[in-house]
Design a protein. Structure first.
Length: 417
């Protein structure tokens, strides 16, 4: 007879707890509260002991001085003669009555006690002042030592704000609240770096993968358009597809450059903004002449440390935008470079349509144009100013835009020298 199979048993429960292990005695953890309590409590205790010791010594000295006899008997042959340095009234006490003599002695003793108390008070105040100075100096030094990890966290956060996500605090020392904060901050930076790296890798890979089919499409369209026997309708369609393909290539190049410029520039070389601006003007000169736009301005030397290709892209994008978004007649673009207040400055001004002040911030967003135009434009793909801002930030610079009176914009890019 076959035996019945045993019922299936539930799998064993995992014994590993993913949560951080708790200390057996959490109240023994050297937290900042306990350390500061012990530190300042010990400081107050030491200061109190020192102050009491000083007051005790001063009081003992005052009592010793107060116990000195206020007068001395210098002669006792026929009549008593009394001499006192502190009580001149009893020096010639021959003619004084007994009650007058006793009153003079009492006044002398009171005066001597008051002098001793005044000396005790003045010396105690001096001792308290000295202890206060020492306590403030010691407290300042100890507070700086306790708060030094916060300075390290602040410096790391400032470096991270400059797009250097590779920095870590790696705080050593006791397992207190500051170390817990530093470790949490390091974990957050690790996740942010992974997220940014994955995003940049995705954009870069996607851009590279899109380059090949777009290049093939362009080649096929150019070959087809070179055929003189092709119908006119087919040639018109080919030209439209070629323009669309060119726009897609510009979009891919812009995405790739935007992904590259989001990183901090590691290898820096001296680059003159004047040369960069001149090259940008030369590249846009033909387009400006076709639109009847005059390019002017003086380019003074302004050397910065950075990537020449990316800096040239800043000037090229700004000059191209200034030429394309201009008036139909009598337009001009002014490009200047100089050094002001220890910073290299690139300024691109142009005539053009009136830009509301509330639209300025939207111009720097990807795929955003004036009047929220996103598609169907022959003036670009909407990444120019986004790339300019990203490259400027990667070089530690800043870009600001202001509307001109009468229309147009003034783009001002500053870099540290």
């Amino acid at each position: 007879m076959a035996s019945t199979p045993a019922p299936a048993q539930a799998p064993p429960k995992p014994t590993w707890d993913p949560r951080s292990p708790q200390a057996p005695f959490p109240w023994l953890r050297p937290t900042i509260r306990i350390r500061l309590t012990l530190l300042y409590g010990g400081m107050f205790l030491i200061a109190g002991i020192l102050l009491l010791s000083i007051i005790y010594l001063l009081a003992a000295q005052a009592i010793s001085t107060g116990n000195q006899p206020p007068f001395k008997i210098v002669s006792a042959s026929d009549e008593i003669k009394v001499a006192s340095a502190d009580c001149p009234a009893v020096n010639n006490a021959t003619g004084l009555l007994l009650n007058q003599f006793n009153s003079a002695i009492s006044a002398c003793i009171d005066h001597q006690r008051q002098v001793a108390l005044d000396n005790l008070l003045s010396r105690s105040l001096l001792a308290l002042l000295g202890l206060a100075v020492i306590a403030f100096a010691f407290g300042y030094a100890m507070a700086g030592r306790v708060l030094s990890p916060l300075g390290r966290i602040t410096r790391t956060a400032r470096a991270v704000a400059g797009s250097d996500l590779s920095r870590r605090i790696e705080l050593d020392g006791p397992d207190d609240e500051l170390k817990e904060l530093a470790d949490t901050f390091d974990d957050m930076l690790e996740r942010l770096q992974r997220a940014f790296t994955a995003q940049q890798r995705f954009v870069g890979n996607a851009s590279h993968e899109l380059r090949t089919p777009l290049a093939i499409n362009r080649t096929l369209l150019e070959v087809h358009l070179s055929d003189p026997g092709a119908p006119v309708e087919l040639q018109q369609l080919g030209k439209t597809l070629l323009a669309t393909n060119e726009r897609s290539e510009q979009l891919v190049e812009g995405l790739l450059l935007l992904a590259r410029s989001d990183n901090q520039i590691v290898e820096r070389k001296p680059v003159d903004l004047a040369e960069v601006a001149e090259q940008a003007v030369d590249q846009v000169h033909g387009e400006a002449a076709a639109k009847g736009v005059v390019i002017r301005g003086e380019q003074k030397p302004a050397v910065v440390q950075g990537n020449g290709v990316l800096l040239e892209r800043i000037a090229l994008n700004l000059v191209q935008n200034a030429v394309r978004y201009n008036v139909s007649e009598g337009g001009w673009v002014e490009v200047t470079t100089e050094v002001q207040h220890g910073q290299a400055v690139l300024v691109v001004s142009n005539t053009g349509p009136v830009v509301p002040a509330y639209e300025i911030d939207n111009l720097f967003e990807p795929f955003r144009r004036l009047r929220t135009e996103r598609t169907g434009s022959d003036k670009g793909v909407g990444l120019g100013l986004s790339i300019v801002r990203s490259v400027a930030r990667a070089h530690g610079g800043h870009i600001a835009a202001q509307p001109r009176e009468g229309g147009g914009l003034v783009m001002r890019v500053t870099f540290p020298v």
